[in-house]
Design a binder for this molecule. Structure first.
Ligand code: DAH
Length: 341
């Protein structure tokens, strides 16, 4: 017994720990109820009567040694932690973390939304995976009509009804008109898809913002005025617009809108190819067939619609000359818009 106590004393006086967890492990190993020191105390009962006194003194010394040793290990651990804290300079400026920036297309889309919301338009959204009815048939594209060829379509399945990726946001017009009676005054931003070879000037997906206003007595003059307001808010107060006759199945009459070139002010430059005008959107008066297909009485209501490409507006505003830059996530490109807004 005496030898065991001496051996344990020697062992304990050499203890070392490098983490607070290790020091705690040592406390458990020696001083807990089932620890090595306690085990010796349990053995005390079987010590011969004449040795009890001597062994008792040694045991108490051992316990004091173990308690002090482990307490001092723990203390030095805590002091070490304080030292580590003391070496941190809390007055130092934080390492700057770069903030993300808005994507140029989001900047332009938000600006379009805000311009139209100031004159009473609210935002409506619809699904990107659509059916033939909402993208074509309801919008007065008869089956097999050549107008469908203008929008090269990704079909997902033919049965039971044509499922496809929407080629334009005009499908959201139908979805809103089917559910709501006029007055309707909405803009519909969103992503659209066309089966085009990817190049600097064309992509298989891009973004549009659709506009729709249906009420009693809506006229072409209302359309022209809201588009002039938009063009001036977006491209500056001196901007002029012109409307050229065009064709869309869902509007009659239909027009294409140009703005006076914001780079040369209309004198003619490389951007407007010397014409002084750049095309920005399609528009027209909603065809009565469309109103009827969507459950709105064309004898009571009329309306206008327009649709524009977000990339197109962004290209004009920021003079980006390759559409692919918008989806390549190249930070050298994206960071150029840090201070844009
Ligand atoms: N949906 C047409 C397109 O993708 C754009 C458009 C033109 C929308 C005229 C309209 C509109 O609402 O009236 O080419």
């Amino acid at each position: 017994m005496i030898e065991k106590i001496q051996a344990l004393k020697a062992e304990i006086s050499k203890l070392a720990a490098s983490t607070p967890e290790e020091a705690e492990q040592l406390r458990i190993k020696y001083l807990s109820k089932k620890g090595a020191v306690s085990a010796l105390f349990n053995d005390f009962r079987s010590v011969a009567a004449d040795q009890k006194r001597q062994v008792g003194v040694l045991l108490n010394e051992l316990k004091t040694l173990a308690t002090e040793k482990i307490a001092s290990l723990k203390e030095s651990m805590a002091a070490g932690a304080d030292d580590a804290l003391a070496s941190i300079d809390i007055t130092r400026t934080a390492v700057p973390k770069p903030f993300g920036t808005r994507h140029p297309l989001s900047l332009v889309k938000n600006e379009i939304n805000s311009i139209f919301s100031r004159v009473g338009f609210t935002v409506a959204e619809g699904p990107e995976i659509e059916d033939d009815w909402h993208v074509f048939s309801s919008l007065n594209f008869p089956p097999d009509h050549p107008a469908r060829d203008m929008q090269d379509t990704f079909f997902i399945s033919r049965e039971p009804s044509d499922v496809l990726l929407r080629t334009h946001t005009s499908s959201v017009q139908t979805r809103v008109m089917e559910k709501t009676q006029p007055p309707i005054r909405i803009i519909c931003p969103g992503r659209v898809f066309r089966n085009e070879a990817v190049s600097a000037r064309a992509h298989c997906f891009f973004h549009q913002v659709e506009g729709l206003y249906i009420d009693k007595n809506v006229s072409f003059a209302d359309l022209k005025q809201v588009l002039l307001y938009f063009a001036r808010e977006m491209f500056g107060p001196d901007t002029r617009i012109r409307l050229r006759p065009s064709y869309f199945p869902f509007t009659e009459p239909s027009a294409e809108m140009d703005i006076s070139c914001h780079i040369c002010g209309g004198k003619g430059c490389a951007l407007c190819k010397g014409t002084g005008w750049v095309e920005i959107l399609g528009c027209g008066m909603v065809d009565p067939n469309v109103l009827e297909a969507c459950g709105i009485d064309p004898n009571e209501y009329s309306g206008y619609a327009f649709g524009m490409g977000v990339e197109r507006i962004a290209n004009l505003k920021y003079r980006v000359n390759d559409l692919r830059l918008f989806s390549e996530n190249d930070l050298r490109f994206l960071h150029q818009f840090d201070a844009a807004h």
